[in-house]
Design a protein around this ligand. Structure first.
Ligand code: NAD
Length: 255
């Protein structure tokens, strides 16, 4: 599907991977509506490129996501591309010397990452189902979700994060099957370690060790490489229901 002439909704567009995706889609000729939390939008300040509109919405809220999507008026190009990049991480073992894992923290990570992805998929696909198809296949649009290699090899302390990302991977083929009748594809990207603000708190020694653990290329991934993969998934009409790792062949060790 062509990016040009579409509206793309990018969730988590104020930072990191989402910001890189929003830039790439604008460069490809899309109009981008970015959803993010107020704090991150404020932090992005006036560094937001032309063609990207950032609107405050919490992915976990039906009302806030619907209100943000209502900014797409009749004069906007049709919404055909949705990229879910919002996510939060947390480090904590099932049990530590201080007791069991905090249940509310587990719930929050699951709610933002898994329920938030589902919420955006269902509300945006509902809007897309009434669009005219763009080609003879009957394609109307696509959704790209963001999991993590933690969906497959969660490390010690990643129980909540891995559960949420494993859920996103598991939803992918089901969502592709559910939405097939409307001509909407669903794919997921599972990044390894990408150089974004989420990893900014690492000290230099840990960062060097992490880079060395990536077989090739031995470095962190770049947000632009993630955005390039999103573009490929938009443009390749036969990739559907698939989770693609983008990780330099890293396979995470237990810790
Ligand atoms: P980031 O922190 O730079 O960006 C995440 C964005 O999500 C932020 O702008 C944040 O405000 C937004 N967000 C968080 N909670 C939200 C909510 N409730 N509603 C709306 N927006 C919300 O992190 P990033 O590295 O760009 O991560 C993007 C995605 O990629 C996440 O899902 C993350 O789990 C995943 N991921 C990142 C890496 C990596 O190495 N950076 C690796 C694997 C997976």
């Amino acid at each position: 599907m062509d990016i040009s002439g579409t509206t793309a909704v990018v969730i988590g567009a104020a930072s990191g991977l989402g910001a890189a995706v929003a830039r790439r889609l604008v460069d490809g000729g899309a109009q981008v509506l970015g959803l993010d939390v107020p704090y991150s939008i404020e932090r992005a300040g006036d560094r937001v490129p032309e063609g990207i509109t950032l609107v405050a919405a919490d992915v976990t809220s039906e009302a806030e996501v619907q209100a943000a999507l209502s900014a797409l008026t009749g004069s906007a190009p049709p919404l055909r591309v949705v990229v879910n990049c919002a996510g939060v991480g947390w480090a904590g073992r099932i049990v530590s010397k201080n007791g069991p894992h905090d249940l509310e923290i587990f719930r929050t990570v699951m709610t933002v990452n898994l329920l938030g992805t589902f919420n955006v998929m269902r509300l945006t696909a509902d809007r897309m189902q009434s669009l005219d198809p763009v080609n003879d296949d009957g394609q109307r649009g696509l959704i790209v979700n963001t999991a993590s290699v933690a969906a497959f090899e969660g490390q010690v302390g990643q129980i909540a994060y891995a559960a949420s990302k494993g859920g996103i991977h598991a939803m992918t083929v089901v969502a592709a099957r559910d939405l097939a009748q409307f001509g909407i594809r669903v794919n997921t990207i599972a990044p390894g370690t990408v150089d974004t603000p989420m990893l900014a708190s690492m000290d230099a020694g840990y960062r060097a060790a992490l880079e060395a653990s990536v077989p090739f290329p031995s470095r962190l991934g770049r947000p632009e490489e993630f955005a390039q993969l999103v573009q490929m998934l938009v443009e390749h009409d036969y990739i559907n229901g698939e989770t693609t790792r983008m990780d330099g062949a890293i396979r995470m060790a237990p810790r």
